[in-house]
Design a protein around this ligand. Structure first.
Ligand code: FA5
Length: 342
């Protein structure tokens, strides 16, 4: 038996050495380790042997099997590396700095809807501002009339960094800096990515986009706020949609509202995208609280203003009929590259 095993070992080594491609190695594998392969047959033959003989032969055959398996895998890896090298060697030389020829990119649906909203507000005299994603407690909360330990902080489960800064939970975090940058009067929108430690579902993500807007001037009222919201929604949807305004509490506005739109996925019947309510919270808004104006260096006796925090990711869902918000962060190009700017 020992001799037979040694012979098989040598044959396996020789055959593997002369095999030049993966198919040949596969044939060798079947010839030795397949159901009717030589090594398998030897193992089957063990039952004919008795006692001590069986034990010894069993160990030797198992060692042979292990030898064959390891050498076959090693040879396959070697052949694959050689094949790859051959492909690389024979490949046409190309200039990596040239623009690609056959790849056509597309904008992400959130970018498309963001640009639409920007267009409409820019045409009404709003500037478009940028702001950080990592901010401090003052800008995200305190400047917005949310002191430390205020229960309103619980509404936004925040990611804190070791250095005490945090990931922006809402675009309102930029309000104070923009008021200080421009003073009053002021019209600005500021889109941005926000982060909250949320459990995700069809309409909640831990990373999502909002678009904040602020208008501050003399005699700004709720009528101005409603006008701008209606104009924005009719521009984005190009169709009549049902909207409802209800009281909402945010320490940085007084009065505050929740602006919901009828769910366009289910037509208001109720579905997972709207948590079965038929309505989707889209754009909370309100009249800027005097404390917030003061913190921004603006005299609340002289100026009033409105602010809104549009859920841009949810707007993209409604606009493009995306049933699950998580698809928008999925990176699945098949799903994401089908949308176009109208
Ligand atoms: C705020 O973030 C306030 N800063 C909005 C605001 C601004 C109010 C100015 C008044 C004045 P809220 O947490 O409700 O509010 O979020 C605003 C919108 O962002 C929601 O209506 C929703 O459309 C979207 N949003 C909030 N959380 C998520 C989430 N986890 N996933 C996706 N979208 C979300």
């Amino acid at each position: 038996m020992k001799e037979k095993i040694e012979q098989l070992k040598m044959r396996i080594a020789e055959e593997l050495q002369s095999a030049g491609d993966s198919e040949t190695v596969e044939k060798i594998r079947v010839a030795y380790l397949g159901k009717k392969g030589s090594v398998t047959e030897l193992l089957k033959g063990l039952k004919e042997l008795s006692g001590e003989e069986k034990k010894e032969a069993g160990q030797q055959i198992n060692a042979l099997k292990k030898y064959a398996e390891e050498h076959i895998s090693a040879r396959i890896a070697q052949i694959k590396a050689e094949e790859l090298q051959r492909q690389v060697d024979s490949a046409e030389e190309y200039d990596v700095t040239l623009p690609s020829r056959n790849v056509q990119g597309s904008y992400h649906p959130i970018t498309l809807v963001q640009r639409q909203v920007e267009e409409i507000f820019a045409s009404m005299g709003f500037t478009i501002e940028d702001y950080f994603e990592i901010v401090d407690d003052y800008h995200c909360f305190e400047a917005l009339n949310i002191p430390k330990h205020h229960p309103a902080r619980d509404m936004q489960d925040t990611y804190y960094l070791d250095n005490g800064q945090l990931l922006k939970t809402h675009t309102s975090a930029a309000q104070n800096a923009i008021m200080k940058k421009y003073g009053a009067p002021l019209r600005a929108i500021f889109p941005g990515r926000c982060f909250r430690n949320e459990s995700t579902d069809a309409c909640h993500e831990n990373t999502f986009f909002q678009m904040e807007g602020m208008m501050i001037d003399k005699d700004i009222s709720i009528s101005n706020l409603i006008y701008f919201m209606k104009t924005m929604l009719s521009h984005v949807f190009q169709q009549d949609i049902n909207v409802r305004l209800r009281p909402g509490f945010f320490p940085f506005v007084e009065p505050g509202f929740e602006l919901d739109i009828s769910c366009l996925i289910c037509g208001g019947e109720g579905c997972p995208s709207c948590k079965n309510s038929g309505w989707l919270e889209l754009c909370p808004c309100g009249m800027i609280h005097p404390n917030v104006l003061k913190a921004g260096g603006i005299d609340p006796e002289e100026y009033t203003g409105f602010a809104f925090g549009l859920g841009l990711t949810r707007l993209a869902m409604m606009k493009y009929g995306v049933k699950d918000i998580r698809d928008l962060n999925s990176g699945n190009l098949k799903a994401l590259s089908q949308f176009v700017h109208e």
